[in-house]
Design a protein around this ligand. Structure first.
Ligand SMILES: Cc1cc2nc3c(=O)[nH]c(=O)nc-3n(C[C@H](O)[C@H](O)[C@H](O)COP(=O)(O)OP(=O)(O)OC[C@H]3O[C@@H](n4cnc5c(N)ncnc54)[C@H](O)[C@@H]3O)c2cc1C
Length: 311
């Protein structure tokens, strides 16, 4: 099954397969288990249900790698609209947003960095007005420097903006040290992209060891660690390290993806941990879904069946 990871991650970047697969209605089988819906309304309703269960939420308006200025602007507008809705529904204290810079212009030739920074500022301002925060998702390693530099710029005006670091990259332990300062919100994940050997650990055990080293740096530091993993061992180790470093619940949080280990999400919240669920929504679910299948190729057979049964 591990052998399927690489081809699935390669397919996640294929335009042809994307067009074929995306004709499948979002309600079909496996997509629905990872993505609650396409509209702002369905996303806000899903948020309301999670918040009732004492979970926090971060919402991702799906989309990535856009080379189209208008599409980038439409994504910004979707976030602004979402943030207003969350505020109107009284959910913005429990729900923030996660933003992929490549969805708001980072990949545009020449003006990518500047465009993504301006667009991210607009979303941060809307989040501030709604009383909540933004976390910048991390994409493949070619974008790490640009994303961290945009983060530094944004934090001058919006110091509450969160970052994501990926344990699979060799550089990440050092990045954790640089970001483990007071007020700094850092989500630590393993990393979802296909990365070359010269920049990233390839072996699962090496990635896990790096994850634990990074956890130690973040939990011993002064910032606010956001521990994003479904891995039972990492969750357990994070809990022990939090106690060892004298961290009370609420001075860090766990994060998991919508639809993955929902019982564990509720168990952690039930024992007093702060637990945030990452809720993706929208029509551009293809890349997100392929990364989830690459993590768990056992789900591929359900996916193929739902493709075959499409009308
Ligand atoms: C809140 C959140 C935000 C994230 N943001 C980013 C980001 O910005 N950039 C980035 O590169 N990556 C991001 N990721 C993805 C992350 O990098 C990993 O690819 C993903 O979380 C899988 O790693 P894992 O730690 O869960 O462990 P794994 O070793 O993949 O899985 C451990 C166990 O979790 C369960 N599990 C894992 N995946 C599934 C699944 N699809 N279905 C059912 N069970 C499953 C299984 O029991 C598995 O044995 C994010 C993840 C989370 C939870």
């Amino acid at each position: 099954m591990a052998l399927l990871r690489e081809p699935l991650l390669l397919l996640s970047r294929s335009g042809t397969v994307k067009r074929l697969v995306s004709t499948m209605p979002v309600s079909a089988g496996i997509v629905k288990s990872y993505v609650p819906g396409e509209s702002t309304r369905t996303a806000v309703e899903a948020t309301g249900r999670l918040v009732e269960d004492h979970l926090k939420v971060t919402l991702d308006f799906l989309g990535e790698d856009t080379l189209d200025v208008e599409q980038a602007e439409a994504t910004v507008a979707a976030y602004v609209d979402l943030l207003k809705e969350l505020s109107v529904e009284g959910l913005s204290r429990s729900a923030e947003v996660s933003v992929k810079l490549s969805a708001i212009g980072q990949a545009l030739p020449d003006v990518g960095h500047k465009t993504a920074l301006e667009n991210a500022r607009t979303i941060c301002r809307a989040a501030r007005n709604a009383g909540t925060t933004v976390t910048l998702d991390m994409e493949d390693h070619t974008t790490t420097d640009s994303t961290l530099s945009i983060l530094r710029e944004l934090r001058k005006d919006f110091p509450e903006t969160g970052a994501v670091l990926q344990a699979m990259l060799h550089r990440t332990e050092a990045d954790c040290r640089a970001l483990a300062h007071e007020g700094s919100r850092v989500r630590l994940c393993k990393g979802a992209y296909l990365e070359p050997e010269d920049v990233a650990f390839q072996d699962r055990l090496e990635i896990d060891k790096s994850y634990v080293r990074c956890l130690k740096v973040l939990l011993a530091g002064e910032g606010y660690p956001m521990i994003a993993t479904h891995d039972p061992r990492m969750v357990e180790i994070a809990g022990s390290l939090a106690s060892r470093f004298g961290r009370a619940p609420g001075t860090y949080e766990f994060q998991m993806l919508y639809g993955i280990r929902p019982e564990e999400q509720r168990r952690l919240a039930g024992k007093g941990e702060r637990m945030r669920v990452y809720v993706p929504y929208g029509t551009e679910w293809y890349g997100y879904l392929m990364r989830r299948l690459a993590e768990r190729p056992q789900n591929l057979s359900f996916f193929v069946r739902s493709l075959i049964s499409k009308k």
